[in-house]
Design a binder for this molecule. Sequence first.
Ligand code: SAM
Length: 351
Amino acid sequence: GDEPRKEDLQRITELMDGFKASKALFTASKMCVFDLLQSRPGLSAAQVAEEIKASVKGTECLLEACVSLGLLKSKERKCQKPVYENAGLASRFLLSDVPFSLQGYIQHCDKTVWPLFSHLEDAVREGSNQHEKAFGKKSKDMFQDTFYNSLDVKLRFMNAMHSIAKVTGKAVATAFDLSSFKTACDLGGCSGAMAYEFTKSYPGLSVTVFDLPAVVEMSEHFHPLRTDNRVSFVAGDFFKDDLPKADLYILARILHDWPDEKVHVLLSKIADACTPGCGLLLSEIFLDEDRGGPSRGLLQALSMSEGKQRSASEYSLLLESHGCAVLIAETMLDGRTHSALQSLNMLAQTE
Ligand code: SAM
């Protein structure tokens, strides 16, 4: 038969090895390798090993793997072992205290998503995600029963959302010109990171973050300085309680978590609260119409519980059935550094 093509072998090998690269990144991040090399660039493997309290052999392997993944750079030295420093990707995204830090999201992937994926076969057989097997807890509502049961897990989940919202928030806020809106309500707005990006982008806008009480009680933790008094927090359940009044409702990464029935409950509550001219901004991964991609969305669906990923036209149908005219559905992928994580945005307005 034909010899396999080199590109095909390369592609299939990358797919087989993808999990090793992820775990190497998670581990180096968890062991604070990137923070260490930022404050002290040019350490050898032995010096790093001593600082992170690990074996020299293991540390050397981890550092070399990170170099090969483009996260670190090594410098050869005459007759001595090489020294290491962060590559650009690491200093932009992998330090704990940079504006676009993805550390919170990386910890969530390592501690929550990884265990779910290790039970993927069961998830596929049973058609449900594996929270109980992975974490030993039955979960009816993923947020209230799994994430917000312990302070540790809650903070980890909130840190993950906070870091993604900080990286993508500005692009979500500026995907459309929203300057005609004076008040917004960010439903499921979590730590408020997205709300702060909105007020930064629109000097005339005030934003109310609406989220479950367990989340709202942590808002000081994420914004100890309360730098902007145009952001406020209201606690409640968006399926049950009255929604705050606003001209613009924001649903960022909310609807994919819920089946159509629940989406209808939420959208009809929004429609009831809306007056003519009100807007609804949706930010989600939109699947291609033939559901052929993007992989990021389809892979995420494998570990989701009640929800599902939808295409732009599926979202449009849901919105239109509540009297929203979907004005624009436009991609935001614009080649900026954060585009890999960027959701797409859709703006609908009531007639
Ligand atoms: N909008 C944020 C973002 O884009 O980063 C967070 C998205 S996170 C996937 C979903 C959010 O919805 C969480 O903050 C969660 O607490 C909130 N949430 C879940 N169920 C809720 C409910 N019944 N009422 C209000 N908020 C809820």
